[in-house]
Design a protein around this ligand. Sequence first.
Ligand code: SF4
Ligand code: SF4
Length: 174
Amino acid sequence: MTGNDDQLVAGRSCDGCTMCCKLLAIDVLDKPRGAWCSHCDQKHGCTIYESRPDACRGFHCGYLRLPQLDDRWKPSKAKFLINYEAHASRIVIHADPQRADAWRGDPYIKTIRLWAAASSREGSFVLVWAGSKATIVLPDREIDLGQVREDQLIVPVERRTPRGIEVTFEVRDP
Ligand code: SF4
Ligand code: SF4
């Protein structure tokens, strides 16, 4: 999650974690989701720290920003990180492709479903990336979108059915 340093939870730090350097796509480095950045030393952190791109400089994941998440949510332990994409008003989970189901375990899934329910009431959804594979999490189900490119859009579509209005999702080219 991006934002100001003064919005970080006191006592939280990146110490011992480099997961965003694997899980996030960094356009200016041509780095895809789910692959280690070539500048990352997994033990010691960023090897170009002073000149790292702004996208890295300004990034603080949900663990650093949300006081209700305890240390089990630290990305190095959880094997996923949480971000809020303000431009799309959605919570995004970036999962380690090597541990793509970690977010479905305890204690995470219960909280993630609560986020999905709150998002749904606001017409949004929780999105999970595991590399380039995207999954939508709704309060009562998941929708596997398969491989989605960086430039494609994920669009909710309402459909009239005998059971009432149902929301599905389409992947569209830009
Ligand atoms: S994933 Fe979060 S805690 Fe880990 S290094 Fe990145 S910003 Fe820090
Ligand atoms: S440039 Fe540095 S901070 Fe940015 S992803 Fe690579 S290793 Fe991480």
